[in-house]
Design a protein around this ligand. Structure first.
Ligand code: URA
Length: 435
């Protein structure tokens, strides 16, 4: 086979065969196909698209480019959750302990934040000493004992995706449904869960900017997962404003803990966890319907079992679980500043990606992979979209390391926030259920 011929075939709208796709991924992983040819092919795929069969073959070839976790020695229902990313998204920190306390084995390989979006591992490292780099043996052992493990991606899991994703990032080829689907699903399949639930974000802070595109992505992700023999469900949810109230690592951990403690002020966060958890329990055959699933989850919260499960995870991975029962023990920022509303009215828009960027500039995110994160900084929203606010009332609290950063962030927050005289009409937070 010849890479130039395959690039030309895709450029001209042709369909790559299974063997051709496998050959390309082998050459990508071994380094035999140079980056410039892979980049040209990625651009051709971005423009021409792929058929359902090609997308499936690409996912499978990427899956088999490295190690695949074997969870067969772990008894019980194994589930995994994926979110396409966003601002203030601490869903895994709430959903996984609830599920684990109900006996579902939650095996999560998570990522770190990059750009304006946060990452679960960075949030968990707010617990001093928390270890995210578990060996394969530790991962399986903890899954068996605690029903719950969250670790960084194993070094040799889907190496082809690591190469292609890095190229896509710098060649304008990220927003392609077949490339996104194969990238996400190859990694999900490599972790080996029986049930996979997907939270596809829509809006200014998400990957897909409107509901229609988000639904197309959700449908394609589901098709590939089912073709690979998995139970898969997806929902499309709002990421026009941050999820919940807290943005920033330790602040998000505290918010997640408050939800697990049964304090439900973060209504959207709880609603999202109940929706994803219902999918896991019904798809996995542990609940008859959504009503029963929700009751099971709410009683896991009310009984304190979900909170205890979160504490067990923190302890098992080297952190001090005391902060799970007393969030005042989490690391705190030196300076907290309120952002007063410049006028009375209703909050019309809170630009999620801009707020994510404010957190990043405060030191809570990563501009490069080597950036050192400050777990204490971030923003606590006091008003969400649709809320009434009076002039001078606090819109948000900025948690920063010093007064100058606080003031810069407060100014930027006012730019990210739109206040209008009229009360906005809001679409539902869960836009679509895709089954
Ligand atoms: N997340 C991934 O892992 N891959 C993509 O292509 C997009 C989001």
């Amino acid at each position: 086979m010849n890479m130039v011929d395959l690039i030309e075939k895709k450029r001209d709208g042709g369909e790559l065969s299974t063997q051709e796709i496998e050959w390309i991924i082998r050459g990508c992983t071994s380094g035999e196909i140079p980056d410039y040819q892979l980049s040209a092919l990625l651009m051709a795929i971005c423009i021409r698209g792929m058929t359902e069969r090609e997308t499936f073959d690409l996912t499978m070839a990427m899956l088999h480019s490295g190690d695949i976790l074997d969870l067969s020695s772990v008894a019980g229902l194994k589930a995994d959750k994926h979110s396409t990313g966003g601002v203030g998204d601490k869903t895994s920190l709430v959903l996984c302990p609830i599920m684990a306390s109900l006996g579902v084995k939650m095996s999560k390989m998570s990522g770190r934040g990059l750009g304006h979006t946060g990452g679960t591992l960075d949030k968990l490292e707010s617990f001093p000493g928390f270890r995210c780099n578990l060996s394969g043996e530790e991962f399986l052992g903890q899954l068996r004992e605690q029903s719950f493990v969250i670790s960084g991606q194993a070094a040799n899991l889907c190496p082809a995706d690591k190469i292609l994703y890095a190229l896509r990032d710098v060649t304008g080829t990220v927003p392609s449904v077949p490339l996104i689907v194969s990238s996400i699903m190859s990694k999900k399949l490599a972790v080996g869960a029986d049930v996979i639930v997907l939270d596809v974000k829509t809006g200014s802070g998400g990957f897909m900017k409107n509901d229609e595109d988000a639904e197309i992505l959700a449908r394609e992700l589901i098709k590939v997962g089912r073709a690979a023999g998995k139970k898969v469900g997806a929902i499309v949810t709002d990421m026009d404003e941050p999820l919940g109230y807290a943005v920033g690592n330790a602040l998000e951990v505290a918010e997640a803990i408050h939800v697990l403690q049964g304090k439900t002020e973060a209504a959207h966060l709880l609603e999202l966890c109940l929706a994803l958890g219902s999918l896991i329990l019904t798809e996995g055959g542990l609940a008859r319907d959504e009503g029963e699933a929700r009751d099971m989850m709410l009683s896991a919260v009310q009984s304190g079992k979900a909170l205890d499960k979160f504490a067990a995870l923190v302890k098992a991975q080297g952190g001090d679980p005391a902060a799970v029962y007393n969030t005042d023990l989490l690391p705190k920022a030196g300076c907290v500043l309120e952002v007063p509303a410049p006028q009375s009215g209703y909050v019309r828009h809170l630009a999620a990606s801009d707020i994510g960027r404010i957190c990043l500039h405060l030191g809570g995110g990563r501009e490069t992979l080597d950036s050192v994160i400050d777990p204490t900084v971030g923003i606590v929203l006091q008003k969400k979209v649709g809320d009434r606010v009076e002039a001078g009332e606090s819109l948000a609290q900025i948690h920063a390391k010093d007064r100058a950063s606080d003031e810069r962030a407060a100014e930027a927050y006012l730019q990210a926030c739109t206040i209008t005289a009229e009360k906005p009409v809001l679409p539902p937070f869960i836009r679509r259920r895709v089954i």
